[in-house]
Every structure is written in structure tokens, then in C-alpha cells.
Design a protein around this ligand. Structure first.
Ligand code: HXC
Length: 510
């Protein structure tokens, strides 16, 4: 008995060493933590239960039968984040570059299946050289199995990917199908084809970092939701995100203790909107002043800054926020902001997270690049996402709500539950200047007449009352009482149930 216990311990020790001390040192020298160190930081102390520690690959070609490290390049198991169950896999770059073999993939699949069965999120820590070259199609088959589970789990359990090293070729498509992608600055990259292939095919010379580093994906492509300075920060932020998420699509949003009066009055909001309608202001200030303890978990902060998306809590419960940001492109909708917000709205709806929409939108961005890029279809994504969302929807218009963009931004017409407007709201087909130019073109030689026409238009439409008279705005509210009004609105909607007609699935404009 004693011998077998000793053998277990020595096998465990060997497995924990992954690819050996030399490779662990090399990993550390790159500023990266090992697969196990990452799990320790991600999960609550001593909560990790590892599975498949001793799984080894079955390949024999290329002398592989002589090298069969325990665990096969991925550490898998489950544990807790602030006491709540999560499943995790963490690729071990020290073992054959974290490359994915048949058995490596099977370990990930097992975790995905358990997470689905038990209704808890999957967090994947990616650090891999891709398909294990020695295994050929067996590796590709393994990826296919992981992909299928990503698809099956979509909208059922939250799936989170953290890219902490290489992630290239078809391997990118597993993270791409998950709900959140986080990257680590300077040590992670994602691309479908690497710099060498790019050079051969297109003659472009580009580094891996330029092509698929954290900056490229948080600022240019919008593939990633956020980038962090190092592994430690990335893992701490994943913990913070998980605290906002329900464990699955049948569970309610978590309720955390809160120490912020839901009725808190914020007098400073009464002067947030400048007198000059063309002056910007920071919508993030409003979000933070509405949130419990000012805590806002922002997603895609460096991408499509004309719209803000992220999570806050009201009375301790998670609320998804979408808000036009007048500081960037005057807060207009365009291709990128529509896609960004549509994805977020659909995530919230899938997981029963109520939606708060803050509106200050002058319309859609004009231009050939927008039209040729398909703003018609992309704008429709956001419209569609709001219209199909059955979660509680509360909307506050702070200033402009013009044209089609007014309808898109969770208006009453898209089944908004509570549509509030500040007294500074302007709800109209367009701004006064554009309207007068079209309606009174023949009078344009006469400056006085045009000034009078403009003033008349402003009197009629540069306010929330026309919409309120029609019932499209439920109430005109004082800015300083917004937190109280919104918190009460969501509280009244906690038992909301709205069924949609049966269909296999919709045909959202993709
Ligand atoms: C087997 C691999 C491997 C792989 C790396 N290694 N990638 N072993 N299959 N795909 C091994 C190396 O042999 C080495 O072993 C160790 O991992 C570390 O690799 P290094 O090259 O020394 O590290 P580094 O210089 O940091 O470079 C990392 C790398 C490079 C950029 C990832 O290893 C690389 O280019 N690998 C090949 C990547 C690739 O082409 N993969 C296939 C992509 S296509 P030792 O014993 O020396 O430690 C793909 C398709 C997926 O993935 C399709 C899904 C449908």
C-alpha cells in the first residue's frame, strides 16, 4: 500500500512539472505563468479539483511513443470563483508547445460536457502552438469536437476565453465562438494565417504582434473584449467578470451584497448635459453614477468607442448597459458600434440579464465606407437584437434620439418596458438644422426667416413632450433621480416573462 501511495505522489509530482523545469523557466522568462499557476490565480484558494491528470497521448509516429507526458499539454478540472462553480482548461505550453492532440482535445471536451451537464461556465486559458503536427487529422478531429461543444453550449452556459500565448490557424475558432475573449498584452496573439503566409500571399510585411496582438484585436478588429498588462491582471479581471454572470441560462443573475442606497440622488447629473446640443459629455460618468458603488465592467472599451457596453449592478443584481457615447463620433451608430452592441444585447438576452439603454444618438454615420461596408445589415443586427430581447428593458434618453437610431436604441416600439427621458431630450426625425434645410429650402436666402423656422422646429421637437404625449415615453424624469427610477423599474420587472412564437431559430441579418 505504501509503495502505491508513493508511486501516486511521484506520478503527480512529475505531472505537475509538465514539460520540465527548463521549459517552465523559459515560460517564466517570457513573462508568462505556467498552466497550473494560472489556475491557482483564477480559482478560489484550494478549490481546484483536477481531472485527467494522467491522460497521455496515443500517437506512435515520429517517435512519439517515447515521449508521453502525463496530462498531454492541458490541465483540466473544476473549482470555484467566489464560491461559484466553474470549469476550466489551461493549456500547458511547456508540454509540446501546448499543442492539441486527440487526447488533449478529449480532455477539453470532457470539461465542456461536464459544464453543460452541471450548468456552469467554462473558462479556457489558451496557450498553444495549435494542432499537434505529429498527429495530423486526429488533432483536427479533436478541434472539431471542441468546436461542436462550443456551439452546443452557446447561450446555455457562459464561455470565456483568455488568450495567454499563441492561438493561430483554425484554433482561433474555438475562442471566436465563446462569449468573451481576453488577451494579455505583448505575450498573446491570434490570427488565422501568420506573418510568413501573409508575406507570401499578399507581400505585406507584418509582425505577429501587429497582425494579431492584443492591440490589433482590442482596437482594430474588435475580436477581443479587453487586453491586460499581464497574466495576473487578466485572471483577476476574469474573476471580476464571472461575479457578474449567471452560471447558466436557467439560473438568475447573481445577487451580491451592496452598500449603495438604490434611492441615491445624484444632483450632478442635472448639469451633465451641456446647454449647447453640439457639445459632448462623458456618458461613462452617467453609467458610473447609476451603478452600485460606481462599479462598471466595461467590454471592448477601445473598440467602437461611440457605444459603451458592459455590466453594472443595481441593488446587487447584474444589469447589462448599452450607451451611446457623445465623446466619440458624437455617439452616432455605425457598423462597428452596431455589431458591438448587438453582440452584447444578444448575450444579455440569452442569459436573462436585464438591459439598461442610455440614449444620446444623432443618427447613423453617413458615408460610402459605411454603405459599402453594409451598415444596412449591421445596423439591422442591433435593431433585431433589441426587438427579439425578452429580458427587462429600461431605456433613458438623455439628449438626442433622432431618426431610425431612435427606434433602434431600445425604444418603446421595440417592446421597451420602461422608456424614460430627461427634460433635455430631443426626439425627432432629425436635428433642427437638417430639418429646416429640407422643409424650407426655398427660403434659404432669408436668414431671419430661416432663424425663425429653426426656432419653431426646436420649440416643437427639441423636447421629450411630443413623444411623451403619445405614450412613447413613459415618464419624463429628473436626471438626479435616474438611479432611483431605473432601480425601481428593474425591481418591478423581476418576474417578467415574455414568450416568443415557436421557430427553429430566427434569421437575424448576419
Ligand atoms: C507539435 C509543437 C507544436 C505543434 C510547438 N511545438 N508547436 N509540437 N505540434 N503544433 C513544440 C516545439 O517543437 C517545441 O518543442 C515546443 O513546442 C515549443 O516550441 P518553440 O517553437 O520552441 O517555441 P516558440 O519559439 O515560442 O514558438 C512557438 C510557436 C512555434 C510560434 C507556436 O512553436 C510554432 O510555429 N509552432 C507551429 C505552429 C503551427 O504551425 N501549428 C499548426 C497551426 S494550424 P520542444 O521539445 O523543443 O520544447 C492549426 C490548425 C488547427 O493549428 C485547425 C483546427 C481546425
Amino acid at each position: 500500500m505504501k509503495d502505491i501511495l508513493t508511486e501516486l505522489e511521484s506520478r503527480r509530482t512529475e505531472a505537475r512539472l509538465g514539460g520540465g523545469q527548463r521549459r517552465i523557466d523559459a515560460q517564466h522568462a517570457k513573462g508568462k505563468l505556467t498552466a497550473r499557476e494560472r489556475i491557482e490565480l483564477l480559482l478560489d484558494d484550494s478549490s481546484f479539483e483536477e481531472s485527467d491528470t494522467f491522460v497521455a497521448h496515443r500517437a506512435t509516429d515520429f517517435g512519439m511513443d517515447k515521449e508521453r507526458p502525463a496530462g498531454d499539454g492541458v490541465v483540466t478540472g473544476w473549482g470555484t470563483i467566489n464560491g461559484r462553480l466553474v470549469y476550466v482548461f489551461s493549456q500547458d505550453f511547456t508540454v509540446m508547445g501546448g499543442s492539441v492532440s486527440e487526447t488533449h482535445a478529449a480532455k477539453i471536451v470532457k470539461i465542456q460536457d461536464m459544464a453543460m451537464q452541471n450548468g456552469a461556465p467554462v473558462i479556457g486559458l489558451n496557450d498553444s502552438g495549435g494542432a499537434r503536427i505529429q498527429e495530423g487529422v486526429m488533432s483536427l478531429a479533436g478541434y472539431g469536437d471542441v468546436f461542436q461543444r462550443n456551439i452546443d453550449a452557446s447561450g446555455v452556459i457562459p464561455q470565456i476565453s483568455v488568450i495567454m500565448g499563441p492561438c493561430a490557424g483554425g484554433a482561433v475558432y474555438s475562442p471566436a465562438m465563446t462569449d468573451f475573449i481576453f488577451m494579455v498584452k505583448d505575450s498573446s496573439y491570434m490570427f488565422v494565417t501568420g506573418p510568413d503566409v501573409v508575406k507570401t500571399v499578399t507581400n505585406e510585411v507584418v509582425t505577429a504582434e501587429e497582425l494579431g496582438g492584443a492591440s490589433a484585436h482590442t482596437k482594430k478588429s474588435g475580436v477581443a473584449d479587453a487586453a491586460f498588462e499581464n497574466d495576473v491582471e487578466a485572471l483577476a479581471e476574469v474573476r471580476r467578470l464571472v461575479d457578474f454572470l449567471p452560471l447558466n441560462n436557467q439560473a438568475r443573475v447573481p445577487v451580491r451584497p451592496f452598500f449603495d442606497d438604490p434611492g441615491r440622488i445624484e444632483d450632478s447629473l442635472d448639469t451633465l448635459v451641456p446647454d449647447n446640443p453640439n457639445m459632448p459629455y462623458d456618458m461613462k460618468e452617467l453609467i458610473e453614477k447609476l451603478a452600485d458603488e460606481g462599479d462598471f465592467f466595461e467590454l471592448q472599451a477601445d473598440y467602437a468607442g461611440n457605444i459603451l457596453t458592459g455590466f453594472i449592478r443595481l441593488e446587487g443584481r447584474t444589469v447589462g448597459v448599452v450607451a451611446n457615447q457623445p465623446m466619440v463620433l458624437a455617439g452616432c451608430l455605425d457598423i462597428d458600434s452596431s455589431r458591438k452592441a448587438a453582440k452584447f444585447v444578444r448575450f444579455c438576452d440569452a442569459f436573462d440579464i436585464p438591459l439598461l439603454t442610455l440614449v444620446d444618438v444623432p443618427g447613423f454615420l453617413p458615408g460610402t465606407s459605411q454603405e459599402y461596408g453594409g451598415v444596412i445589415k449591421h445596423g439591422a443586427k442591433l435593431l433585431f437584437a433589441y426587438g427579439e430581447a425578452t429580458v427587462p428593458k429600461v431605456t433613458v434618453i438623455t439628449r438626442k434620439a433622432y431618426g431610425g437610431a431612435y427606434v433602434v436604441m431600445a425604444s418603446k416600439h421595440l417592446a421597451g418596458d420602461f422608456n424614460y427621458a430627461w427634460p433635455t431630450s430631443e426626439i425627432a426625425v432629425m436635428g433642427s438644422k437638417g430639418a429646416v434645410e429640407i422643409l424650407y429650402r426655398s427660403e434659404f436666402g432669408d436668414a431671419d426667416k430661416i432663424a425663425a423656422r429653426t426656432a419653431d422646429y426646436e420649440d416643437r421637437f427639441a423636447n421629450p413632450f411630443v413623444a411623451a404625449e403619445k405614450g412613447f415615453i413613459d415618464e419624463v424624469i429628473m436626471p438626479h433621480s435616474t438611479r432611483k427610477r431605473v432601480a425601481r423599474a428593474f425591481a418591478s420587472l423581476r418576474q417578467k416573462r415574455q414568450e416568443r412564437p415557436w421557430r427553429k431559430h430566427d434569421t437575424i441579418p448576419l
